[in-house]
Write a protein that binds this ligand. Structure first.
Ligand code: ATP
Ligand code: MG
Length: 444
């Protein structure tokens, strides 16, 4: 992509009403534009990041054996009357009446709809286990939408639902979700800690929230420092191996880690003092086991091995895909702008031409661009006629992890400069070496 043909409406001024870094930077970098309170357009740069996060979420869910689908945003109120949540959900639910006078709603979540699909098509325990998920827009009329996409009213969420014959099988689904979520956050280069949580309006027994530590997080968190050192790294995960999954979940849930809602000061105080940590966190996901709450209410039963109908055991599992875009920036930025991890960066590498219109510089940049594209990468070439300082500022603001700079002096000797956004360090090398190095970083 060439900047001269792209749509990147960066802002020079810091937006006054944006209180946290990620909100400010998403507006300044031309990633989002507010359309009304808590509702945003995802401009081209932001859209790329959102799609990259979504792709990683999809890959990790499917690796765990969960099946993607897509349910609508608008739902009939009658389904929610069956589960008794239509009145219980309160003013957060956006209620709509269609031209025939039918009550509809913009889905804040999909337990009812998925249970309706399940009961229409699944009749026997032999068709279980089953885990279906989708990534779809949700609407919750939050009292105080704020912090940009972090607490929106309309937001993009992955929500998955498991159907199992027993509590034991449903807990295996719970473990699959915990491990696949840990993997997802690790791929995003985020440290997200599972914390015992309260079940709230969804209702249930077992639930964990995943929190990314950040000063600007809305939740207060308390944890054992030992949990922050855990990582899956390159461990081979076999999702068919129940015992191995359980062991991973035990490893991650044994150290104390809770939000203010479930915090137990006595347990926390029992930790050695140097391991007690308290901070703030951003909730980027939550998993629930809620048993037969919806299957009982909505008649989702299957024929068990003895021929008798049994209500299915269910759980639901969500990841805040759009919130993650903000959380990633909270976790990775500096005074100049965003610093994207390689896995989600909107473009793999920036190209800066220090003398636009100079034959040699233009040729070098075109060669870098073509070379990166040939390796399957997406570069963003800053080919506008601007001062070097302004070009660097834009590139630093939008946070591409790598930048190749071509200037008249270097190009004469066949050299360009490769710069890491994270460390700020630069190295001179040939065009071919720079292309190879960047391709190597992305493993292509
Ligand atoms: N208003 C929102 N804007 C953006 N993301 C959200 C919003 N509400 C929830 N999410 C994301 O969706 C995930 C799953 O939804 P869930 O029902 O657990 O949310 P929640 O517990 O009500 O969130 P919160 O406590 O932050 O209001 C959350 O972990 C969060 O990452
Ligand atoms: Mg939650």
């Amino acid at each position: 992509m060439r900047l001269s043909r792209y749509f990147l409406p960066v802002l020079k001024e810091t937006p006054a009403d944006a209180q946290i870094a990620s909100h400010r930077l998403m507006l300044r970098a031309g990633m989002i534009k507010q359309s009304s309170a808590g509702i945003y357009s995802w401009l081209p740069l932001g859209f790329r990041v959102l799609k990259n996060i979504e792709r990683i979420v999809h890959e990790e869910q499917q690796r765990a054996g969960h099946i993607p689908m897509l349910m609508p945003t608008l739902q009939p109120a009658d389904l929610w009357r069956e589960s008794d949540r239509y009145d219980a959900y309160g003013p957060e639910m956006l209620r709509i009446r269609d031209r025939h006078g039918r009550d509809m709603l913009y889905g804040p979540t999909n337990e009812e709809m998925i249970t309706d699909i399940f009961r229409a098509h699944v009749g026997s325990y032999r068709e279980l286990p089953l885990t279906l998920y989708h990534i779809q827009w949700k609407f919750r009329d939050e009292v105080r939408p704020r912090f940009g996409v972090m607490r929106g009213r309309e937001f993009y969420m992955k929500d998955g639902y498991n159907f199992d014959i027993s509590r034991e099988d449903a807990m295996y689904a719970y473990d699959r979700h915990m491990v696949s979520y840990l993997r997802t956050y690790e791929r995003l280069e985020l440290k997200a800690i599972p914390m015992r949580a309260d079940s709230g309006p969804i209702g249930g027994d077992d639930t964990h929230e995943f929190l990314v530590l950040a000063e600007t997080g809305e939740s207060e968190v308390f944890y054992d420092a030992a949990i922050a050192d855990l990582s899956l790294g390159s461990r081979d995960i076999d999702y068919d191996d129940r015992a191995a999954l359980r062991a991973i979940c035990e490893e991650w849930t044994a150290p104390y880690a809770r939000t203010d809602e479930t915090h137990d000061p006595a347990l926390f105080e029992a930790l050695p003092e140097d391991r007690r940590r308290s901070s703030r966190g951003i909730e980027v996901g939550q998993i629930f086991y809620f048993g037969t709450k919806y299957s009982d209410a909505m008649g989702a039963t299957v024929q068990g091995p003895d021929g008798k109908p049994v209500p299915v055991h269910m759980g639901s599992h969500g990841i805040g895909v759009s919130r993650l875009a903000g959380a990633l920036i909270e976790a990775s930025h500096d005074e100049k702008g965003i610093v994207w991890p390689e896995g989600v960066t909107p473009f793999h590498c920036g190209i800066v031409n220090l003398r636009q219109g100079d034959t040699d510089c233009d040729a070098a940049c075109a060669q870098i661009e073509a070379g990166l594209i040939a390796r399957g990468l997406d570069p963003l070439y800053h080919d506008r006629d601007e001062r070097a300082g302004a070009k660097f500022a834009t590139m630093d603001l939008i946070g591409l992890p790598w930048r190749i700079t071509a200037g008249p002096r270097g190009v004469k000797e066949g050299k360009v400069e490769l710069t890491s956004r994270r460390s700020g360090e630069s190295e001179e090398m040939t065009v071919a070496a720079a292309i190879d190095r960047v391709a190597g970083i992305y493993g292509v």
